[in-house]
Design a protein around this ligand. Structure first.
Ligand code: RP5
Length: 168
């Protein structure tokens, strides 16, 4: 049984959605993935969204581009949190996807991340699950500490350039 469902409108979304997969793997969270087009196969989509909760999913991460209705329609049917990932598009730079996903009517929220924000979608799913799992909180704290250490490392390298370095 997967705790997180990852669904996307096309295989062209996979490079972005794979970032969410990587994060969930890193945190040891069970997930499954599907390509489902809400527009081109509404019956398949409806079955997916309708049965997700009984299959054990706690969060759905849905990525889509252009007239990106997949996340919003997931949120209309699935009673638990839905995270929307707007895809970058060549025609409108992903604003089309972003506006389609973020501008949900009152009562049906989708937690929308940045355009191409697959990694943050994964992290947000982890944070939602961490509200009832202390071991995930610990892993999130370690993740944050690693991020800090990586910035400090970059800062130290900068000091080696020979440019006047701002120090306290
Ligand atoms: C959306 O249309 C998909 O989510 C994808 O981002 C976009 C383009 O799909 P393809 O033309 O690559 O199948 O449904």
């Amino acid at each position: 049984m997967a705790t997180v469902g990852i669904v996307m409108g096309s295989d062209s979304d996979m490079p972005v959605m794979s970032k969410a997969c990587e994060i969930l793997e890193q945190f040891g969270i069970d997930f499954d993935i599907r390509i489902i087009s809400a527009h081109r196969e509404p019956d398949v989509f409806f079955e997916y969204a309708k049965t997700a909760k009984e299959k054990g999913m706690k969060v759905i991460i849905a990525g889509a581009g252009m007239a990106a209705h997949l996340p919003g329609m997931c949120a209309a049917i699935f009673p638990l949190p839905v995270i929307g990932v707007p895809m970058h598009t060549t025609s409108l730079g992903g604003r089309d996807s972003l506006y389609s996903i973020v501008q949900m009517p009152s009562g049906i929220p989708v937690a929308t991340v940045a355009i191409n924000g697959g990694a943050n979608a994964g992290l947000l799913a982890v944070k939602i699950l961490a509200t009832s799992d202390e071991s995930l909180v610990k892993k999130l704290e370690e993740y944050a500490a690693d991020l800090k250490a990586s910035v400090e490392k970059k800062d130290e390298k900068l000091a080696e350039t020979g440019y006047k370095y701002y120090s306290k």
